[in-house]
Write a protein that binds this ligand. Structure first.
Ligand code: ADP
Ligand code: ADP
Length: 226
């Protein structure tokens, strides 16, 4: 599902963020990416959805080799990958419903399809009652639910989350994790960068530890330890 071969990323300022990573992630896996700040976790996962481009090495996602990916095919790729951020990145002038529907409107789904898909995912994240509210009327946990709904409304095969519980209190973080568990149980591959030691140690999944741009540990059911 996701293959990286000898991937290396040096930013323009000379920083080597990723220094030779080989990784294989299969369909349906749930993978935590852990490591100290500045280790290269964000760069590693941003390269999976073509937000960052490697300086060298190969990345193949869903059978698409990024090296030969045409610019105009990038929106198509992005639809196959849902992305969730620590700071939610919702559109403040749009309602909950509209934030989720927006991802579908840009691909020109029919209005009936849009309504049905948006209502399904809002129900899944428990926000049916808040569909008409605006992001600033919601708690952090609720905003993250909206952003998760938006990430799965196109039924992607992969969801990538960069510290999705980083801005949430512990109880809310657990609730958000239950939603990711449900999405994963549905067959969706999940890649999640996190600093949440309690969660990684309790809800066991594959752990890829990164430090100084290399994989220092890759263990199924591994713990958090850095
Ligand atoms: P992490 O997510 O583990 O904190 P990052 O991938 O964000 O690590 O960063 C890895 C290294 O790359 C850090 O030294 C960071 O300062 C640097 N870096 C990240 N993004 C950029 C960028 N856009 N330009 C230059 N350096 C960057
Ligand atoms: P099925 O055809 O197996 O019943 P559906 O696609 O109709 O599956 O979805 C069944 C339920 O699962 C619906 O409530 C839907 O919102 C939810 N669902 C759909 N896609 C996902 C997903 N990627 N992760 C978790 N739940 C999902």
């Amino acid at each position: 599902m996701i293959t990286m071969k000898n991937v290396y990323k040096k930013y323009k300022n000379g920083v080597v963020a990723v220094n030779g990573i080989d990784i294989e992630i299969d369909r349906g896996e749930f993978v935590y990416v852990v490591g100290p700040s500045g280790a290269g976790k964000s760069t590693f996962i941003k390269m999976m959805y073509r937000e960052d481009i490697p300086t060298s090495g190969d990345i193949i996602v869903n059978g698409i080799n990024f090296a030969t990916l045409r610019r105009k095919r990038i929106p198509y790729l992005r639809r196959k990958i849902g992305v969730v951020f620590q700071d939610f990145k919702l559109l403040s002038k749009l309602t909950v419903y509209e934030n989720v529907a927006y991802a579908l409107e840009v691909i020109e789904d029919s209005p009936v399809q849009i309504r049905s898909k948006v209502n399904d995912v809002l129900a899944l994240v428990g926000l049916t009652q808040k569909a008409r509210m605006f992001p600033n009327e919601l708690s952090g946990g609720e905003q993250q639910r909206v952003s998760i709904a938006r990430s799965i409304v196109n039924a992607p095969e992969i969801v990538i989350a960069d510290e999705p519980t980083g801005n949430l209190d512990p109880d809310t973080a657990w609730e958000i994790m239950q939603i990711f568990e449900q999405i994963n149980a549905h067959g969706t591959t999940i890649i999640m960068a996190t600093h949440n030691k309690d969660i990684v140690n309790k809800i066991r999944h594959r752990v890829i530890a990164i430090d100084s741009g290399i994989v220092t540990r890759d263990e199924y059911g591994g713990n958090y330890s850095l």
